[in-house]
Design a protein around this ligand. Structure first.
Ligand code: C2O
Ligand code: CU
Ligand code: CU
Length: 489
């Protein structure tokens, strides 16, 4: 009975896709700046179950450390029913396997490159020594291996690991080189938050596909505006449905797309209960009608499905998204279950950083080269393009600084720049002269810098000394020079 139904869906999917390809000509799911994807794609929606990336097992462990091995390789993956797509994946998976570790236990990850291009691995959100942080020029050549050491001393949080190769990060991530890295924290154990199968990662990405079923990667207008796609993927499944019980769930949500910002909201109008940002738990839960997620931002929410009759379907919407991308996935309430989890009033204890502790404020401007009309276009930080050999800021170890980030107005080329700082977590002091938005009042490593916006962030530079990066997490902007090195001295 069950398998017959799955077969039917599969056949149905194939038929729908064939029609979509036929009607749209060259490509389906392609979405350049300003264009909309074919409407037929909407018929793919909610036809496949959500998949959850497997947890990677260490190859060995000792008293302090777990050792992992990952091979970066090509594989064929089914994102949409009956269509096979060539990917580049950690262990050949899209997204890569999840690394789950415990605060205080180190991890050593040996990465082997069996791909046709150079790669670099960065643990986004990690407090990592420079040699293991994935500096873009520290490439792993095809056929080579490199070990990365992650001490995991910082608080529990949802991080992710992804490619960071010089000039090729955007393409490499689009092909699939990204996975989750979860640090569990003892202090969470007593909180009674949903765990195990009720603690579910959702990696949001958009992709375009060519007629042959493979990705169709376009860096966007002028080759540098950003790659977007008309097909919405969650954990590598197009518009999945997820069968839930009448209880609470914890969702760890990552925007893993190259250049698309999302704003998540429940289709039934109920608020999301936010419990964490990039750097771990908030002090207390926050009710948010919707949560914007710029590229590389993470948020964690509790959704309570108790009280809904069986058969209820709730869509996770992308507020303001165009066409089929205005919806992300669907939750189907399919079974009754007792719920022993609670949402505690207090989640964790930490103090806001006091601006009086800051030794200086640096002005950092995200803009575009003055010769912008001379092709090619160059995204800049403080008027400069990325130079791996020059530091934009020398920060003294242990000191607190305020960075005043500005999105420089430049006519129609004004864009969203999600700003990411390696090594440190920061707090947002101000957004356009006002307090930060309700959903960004936690420890952060990426902040959305919208058109014409100004944001002040505060952080303490400790953990390690050496060379690090800050950059825009629109990956095409990053590859086209919107990146800067800073040194902790
Ligand atoms: Cu998520 Cu420097 O990157
Ligand atoms: Cu990072
Ligand atoms: Cu940018």
């Amino acid at each position: 009975m069950k398998s017959t139904r799955r077969e039917l869906l599969k056949v149905g999917g194939r038929t729908i896709l064939a029609a979509a390809i036929g009607r749209s000509g060259l490509e389906f799911g392609s979405e350049f700046e300003g264009e909309k994807g074919p409407k037929d794609l909407a018929k793919l929606k909610f036809s496949q179950p959500l998949r959850v990336p497997p947890i990677l097992s260490p190859v060995r462990s000792d008293a302090t450390t777990d050792y992992y091995e990952i091979t970066q390789k090509e594989a064929d993956v089914e994102f949409m029913p009956g269509i096979r797509t060539r990917i580049w994946g950690y262990e050949g998976m899209f997204p890569g396997p999840t690394i789950k570790t415990r605060r205080g236990r180190a991890a050593v990850v040996r990465q082997t490159n069996r791909l046709p291009g150079d790669t670099v691995v960065h643990l986004h959100g990690g407090v990592t020594e420079p040699a293991s942080d994935g500096f873009p020029t520290d490439m792993i050549m095809p056929g080579e291996s490199r070990s990365y050491v992650y001490p995991n001393q910082a608080r529990g949080a949802t991080l992710w690991y992804h490619d960071h190769a010089m000039d090729h990060t955007a393409h490499n991530l689009y092909m699939g080189l990204a996975g989750l890295y979860i640090i569990e924290d003892e202090s969470e154990a007593g909180l009674g938050l949903p765990s195990g199968e009720y603690d579910v990662p959702l990696i949001l990405q958009d992709r375009s596909f060519g007629q042959d079923g493979n990705f169709s990667y376009h860096a966007g207008r002028a080759g540098r505006i950003g790659a977007r796609g008309a097909v919405m993927l969650v954990n590598g499944v197009s518009w999945p449905r997820f069968e839930v019980a009448t209880r609470k769930y914890r969702f760890r949500i990552l925007n893993g797309s190259n250049a698309t910002a999302f704003e998540i909201a429940l289709g039934n109008g109920r608020p999301l209960t936010q419990i964490a940002t990039e750097g771990g738990l908030l002090t207390r839960p926050t009710e948010c009608p919707s949560i914007p997620l710029a590229m590389a931002e993470r948020t964690e929410v509790i959704v309570d499905f108790s009280g809904y009759p069986l058969g209820t379907q709730i869509v996770l919407n992308n507020v303001g998204g165009e066409g089929p991308k205005s919806e992300i996935m669907r939750f189907d309430v399919t079974r009754e279950e007792r719920d022993e989890n609670t949402i505690p009033e207090k989640l964790s204890d930490w103090e806001p950083l006091d601006p009086k502790l800051a030794v200086r404020t640096r002005e950092i401007e995200f803009g575009i080269s003055m010769e912008f009309n001379i092709h090619p276009l160059i995204w800049t930080i403080n008027g400069k393009k990325f130079n791996p050999n020059a530091s934009l800021a020398n920060v003294e170890y242990g000191q607190v600084e305020i960075w005043h980030l500005k999105n420089r107005k430049f006519g129609s080329l004004e864009k969203l720049h999600p700003v990411h700082v390696h090594l440190v977590n920061f707090q947002i002091l101000e957004r356009n002269g006002e307090p930060p938005k309700p959903w960004e009042r936690g420890w952060k490593d990426t902040v959305s810098l919208g058109k014409g916006e100004e944001v002040k962030i505060i952080m303490k530079f400790d953990g390690h000394r050496g060379r690090y990066l800050m950059h825009c997490h629109n990956l095409e902007h990053e590859d086209h020079n919107m990146m800067a090195r800073f040194d902790v001295v």
